[in-house]
Design a protein around this ligand. Structure first.
Ligand code: GDP
Length: 446
């Protein structure tokens, strides 16, 4: 995913600033210039980048900071907050509620991934107990109804459409009425993405919207369209009341900037991103974890959430307890590696872990990272229980290191590399735990 490049450039800019001996206006300026370049290369709209830069400068008045203030932290926080502001629409999208019928209309250009996303959206909600239905109001494109039908059948969701009827408004209204009667609580209306004349496409969308009175209009956008995103999103916004955005094809060459621009143009939040063609490849989108991952700061709450989904309920208290104790032994690291395999693609998971994205698992190099983890696990298989359960680095004397290397058939330098990585992670983990405890305390006090 090219988004990883943006992440890499942003975290490098921050890392350079962090490692500067003295943080002054020049270091801040260089850091901001680097961030600006990275965002522009990622296709974020120029005005947005300029505003972001100005806001960080306003938030960080180096001259006015009290002596002893951690300037690096102030700058990092300001960059983080301003990037969040760029992606944050400032208001949540309408959220369907189980058992309470609602209509969600999908709009977007042909080829953006609209029909596929309708199916994924239906499937996502079906998995959490909704009763969705799909209506094909695209009478323009030959084959549209067949495509929706196939998709609906794949996920076993009822559908409505017609091969004969040419009036999309009529079909949309009929479909919505039928599924209301059938007590479906999530009626999804797929609309046409292209017309001979653009003006008539927007007029058609407006009519469908007026006739079906959707609770939510979702604008679907191909994440790889780059700078064109802003104008495209704005054009849709002017015709129908867009309330949310889904950005598709984020698994491909999307640079990510388009997504930020769409939020600015529609003043609506991104609620999901599409990361593949299959029914499960739709990911929840939350601003702060997204930006955290971009900056290599990790997304611990997101990771814990994912872990909860796969670790059996009876093991959960133990896992959470050990994670929170911060006693990061080699065995804990080993078990994390094992669990990560279960949760999903290791690369995806590791981008959620603070520090992993920049070290063990650099964004964009997940394959090499995965191979490295497998190597680490082989070496750990040659360790004794005492070695795995000790958090004391002094235990790992030369003789033990040589034995592990021999036992696993790896060179000594690989074992040393693994132990170094372990030390780095253990340190980082303890920092994360401290931060989490602090924020928990803050929440309890609030
Ligand atoms: P529509 O014309 O907007 O309804 O677009 P479709 O749903 O027909 O999708 C166009 C193409 O994009 C199809 O080949 C889809 O399989 C593909 N597609 C849709 N979403 C994604 C995604 O998130 N990732 C990838 N890689 N392909 C996608």
């Amino acid at each position: 995913m090219v988004l990883a490049q943006l992440g890499g450039s942003l975290s490098r800019a921050l890392a350079r600033m962090t490692s500067a001996t003295v943080v002054d206006e020049k270091v801040l300026g260089d850091c901001l210039n680097e961030i600006t370049r990275a965002l522009l290369q990622a296709d974020v709209q120029f005005d947005m980048v300029r505003d972001m830069q100005a806001s960080v400068k306003r938030a960080v008045d180096l001259g006015a900071l009290a002596a002893g203030t951690d300037k690096r932290r102030v700058i990092k926080t300001a960059v983080f907050d301003e990037l969040c502001n760029m992606v944050d629409a400032g208001k949540p999208a309408f959220a369907p509620k189980k058992g309470k019928p609602c209509v969600v209309m999908f709009v977007g250009l042909q080829g953006s991934g609209k029909t596929t996303t309708c199916m994924k959206y239906a499937h996502y909600h079906q998995k959490i107990g909704f009763k969705p239905a799909l209506v094909c109001a695209d009478t323009f494109r030959a084959g549209a109804f067949d495509q929706l039908k196939q998709n609906a059948t794949k996920i076993m969701v009822p559908f409505y459409g017609s091969y004969m009827e040419s009036d999309p408004v009529k079909i949309a209204v009929e479909g919505v009425e039928r599924f209301r009667k059938e007590n479906c609580d999530l009626i999804i209306v797929d609309t046409s993405g292209r017309h001979k004349q653009e003006a008539s496409l927007f007029e058609e969308m407006r009519q469908v919207s007026e006739a079906t009175k959707p609770d939510l209009v979702i604008f679907v956008m191909d994440g790889s369209i780059g700078q064109a995103a802003f104008a495209q999103a704005q054009a849709f916004r002017q015709s129908v009341p867009v309330g949310a955005v889904i950005v598709t094809k984020m698994d491909g060459h999307a640079k990510g900037g388009g997504a930020l621009s769409a939020v600015a143009a529609t003043k609506s939040p991104v609620i999901f991103i599409g990361t593949g063609e299959h029914k499960d490849e739709l990911e929840d989108f939350d601003v702060r974890p997204f930006v955290g991952r971009l900056l290599g700061m990790g997304d611990l709450p997101g990771l814990l959430n994912k872990a909860r989904q796969v670790v059996s309920t009876d093991q959960q208290p133990d896992l959470m307890k050990r994670l929170m104790e911060g006693n990061f032994t080699l065995r804990v690291m080993y078990e994390q590696f094992q669990n990560l395999g279960k949760i999903g693609s290791i690369g995806q998971i590791f981008s959620m872990l603070p520090g992993f994205s920049s070290g063990l698992m650099p964004q964009g190099h997940e394959k090499q990272g995965e191979a490295k983890i497998k190597r680490y696990m082989t070496m750990m298989d040659s360790m004794t229980d005492a070695e795995l359960d000790s958090a004391d680095p002094k235990l790992m004397k030369e003789s033990r290191i040589v034995r592990i290397a021999r036992g696993s058939g790896r060179p000594v330098r690989d074992v040393l590399d693994m132990l170094e990585e372990y030390k780095r992670l253990a340190k980082m983990w303890s920092n994360v735990i401290k931060r989490l405890r602090k924020s928990n305390k803050g929440n309890t006090n609030a």
